[in-house]
Design a protein around this ligand. Structure first.
Ligand code: XMP
Length: 536
């Protein structure tokens, strides 16, 4: 439940936020994160089993952990070795609580280590596809119930458990790992040296299913629709007659967060949409239309175009642009919050990848995505971040459940600094107008070709150079527009999209034919890395 200011100071931000947004579910499986690449994947697999799951730091206090009443706990893998000085440790008293606990890779090694077993470097390290032989008697079937006796699993470990603690037995082995799966049934402790969460372990989801359903006794009752209902109830209780504001960008995350909180507290939520003049063609009207007309939400539409352009005049350096836009956004937002009588709560559409990218210790800090992260201390908001445990595609499902229009749900990401980082060099009203028109052609044609969903992001960039052309019989010296379209899973790496040549031709012809002053169109064929998705 939401804390008072006093409670907020007692616990660390990430735990606090987890407790704040915990939907009141009956069945919860917690993943303790020991620094694995795959912690998010584990939580996701559990949610795919329709059981709610969230990730918490490995050293959360045991009483805070148990207060969440988990039906099961999974200890993730991690890069450390248990015998290193600063190896991450959870409270070993966890293993005596009777809460079913599954250690994966490092999690299993840690469990064995603190319970009196022996863990050390593996004689033969195993990486990648590995044969797994199930030793668990079929009649006992816990983790391997219903599975073949010979399986394929995916290993990635340098250490291994050489000797099991008292009470443990081996459930499976591989060619070079005698204890590849282990259990202490009496204490309801389990361990896997392999990674059941990755797709390269073909029956991994079944192993997790057995743990979650059979060992933990969870029921598959959690859905995104129930998440919406439960989260709305929780938010209503949390706000408790108070008021909230939401910095609405019009992207799917902040829009879905606004819609959810609106469902919870109605018009005690006010959305603040700051038009900084760096939006795409028709964007401000679309966002305002959807929220005011479609949802009937109180919305403050701040026309800050002139002041942003003013700040940006003569600024060509990308980092300088970003900083100025960030600062100006904060100033405008602070003014509006003040005008609205300082609501107590601030709603944000923070996602799990935002949390993890911010680092686990500072994860609950406000991200500067919508430039509210640096709000002055005189505006002490309490945060509502209903999606901080979800992934973007999960939020898209929530958004659909909340009735957000398809066009909004499927929107590509759009950077906070907007078109200012796509008009390379000086940002002027004239150059923004050229880019807006070109961008509308790029995105419109890709949509018309039915390719929007296959692409992470597509947009136009106005380059700060001119090039020679010929129109009719006359020489021209016009602008150059670059078209960028990329495919990506998460925006961290990306590849240039192989758009059909006919489509590129249509885009090029339309831009040079319809956008005044543009005589050349180029297609960006760089991947990330070494390039980034945006040009600035
Ligand atoms: P880059 O250019 O770093 O972008 O490859 C990765 C993804 O992040 C978006 N992006 C931003 N989003 N504020 C945002 O909210 C920003 O300042 C920002 N810069 C980049 C970018 O559009 C891409 O999807």
């Amino acid at each position: 439940m939401p804390g008072t200011q006093v409670q907020q100071e007692r616990t660390r931000p990430q735990e606090r936020a987890a407790a704040q947004v915990m939907p009141p579910v009956d069945d919860l499986v917690i993943v303790l994160d020991f620094g694995a690449q795959y912690s998010q994947l584990i939580a996701r697999r559990i949610r795919e089993l329709r059981v709610y799951s969230l990730i918490l730091p490995f050293d959360i206090r045991l009483e805070d952990l148990l207060a969440l009443k988990p039906k099961g706990i999974i200890l993730s893998g991690g890069p450390a070795s248990v015998y290193e000085d600063n190896a991450p440790r959870c409270d070993p008293a966890l293993f005596g609580t009777g809460v079913p606990t599954l250690g994966i890779c490092y999690g299993m090694q840690f469990m064995a280590h603190v319970l009196g077993g022996e863990t050390g470097p593996a004689v033969r390290k195993e990486f990648g596809r590995t044969r797994l032989f199930v030793d668990e008697p079929e009649r006992d079937g816990r983790l391997f119930r219903g599975l073949e006796r010979r399986l394929i699993c995916w290993m990635s470990h340098g250490d291994t458990v050489h000797r099991l603690p008292a009470g443990f037995e081996t459930l499976a082995h591989s060619d070079h790992t005698p204890h590849a799966a282990v259990a202490d049934p009496a204490r309801r402790l389990f361990g896997l040296q392999f990674h059941p969460e990755v797709s390269h372990t073909p029956w991994g989801a079944e192993v997790l299913r057995n743990f979650v359903y059979n060992v933990c006794g969870c029921a598959p009752s959690w859905t995104m629709a129930s998440f919406v209902e439960q989260a709305a109830g929780e938010i209503a209780a949390e706000v408790d007659g108070g008021r909230a504001i939401c910095a609405l960008s019009g992207g799917v995350d902040s829009s879905a967060a606004a819609a959810l909180v609106f469902r919870a507290i109605g018009d005690r939520l006010t959305c603040v949409f700051v038009d900084h003049g760096l939006l795409r063609l028709g964007e401000a009207e679309r966002v305002v239309g959807v929220f005011r007309d479609h949802f009937g939400m109180p919305l403050v539409h701040v026309d800050a175009r002139a002041r942003f352009l003013d700040r940006l005049r003569g600024v060509a350096d990308p980092e300088h642009k970003r900083t100025l836009i960030g600062q100006e956004f904060i100033t405008v937002f602070a003014e509006e919050a003040e005008r609205l009588g300082r609501p107590e709560f601030l709603v944000q559409g923070t996602l799990y990848p935002d949390v993890i990218e911010s680092g686990t210790r500072t994860a609950a800090r406000i991200k500067t995505h919508h430039n509210v992260g640096g709000l002055p201390a005189v505006m002490p908001f309490r945060l509502i971040e209903p999606f901080r445990t979800l992934f973007k595609d999960e939020v898209r499902v929530v958004a659909r459940t909340l009735g957000l229009p398809d066009e909004l749900v499927g929107r590509h990401p759009f950077p906070g600094p907007g078109l200012a980082i796509r008009v390379l060099g000086d940002v002027t009203e004239e150059r923004l107008a050229v880019l807006r028109q070109a961008d509308a052609i790029v995105t419109g044609e890709i949509r018309r070709a039915g390719l929007s969903r296959d692409i992470w992001q597509a947009f136009a960039v106005l380059l700060p150079v001119q090039s020679v052309g010929v129109a009719g019989d006359a020489r021209t010296y016009g602008n150059v527009v670059a078209v960028r379209a990329v495919t990506s899973e998460d925006g961290m790496t990306a590849d240039w999209a192989r758009l059909p040549a006919d489509l590129l031709e249509t885009i090029s012809n339309r831009i040079t034919g319809e956008v005044k002053g543009v005589s050349r169109v180029v297609y960006d064929i760089s991947s990330k890395p070494p390039a980034t998705i945006e040009w600035e």
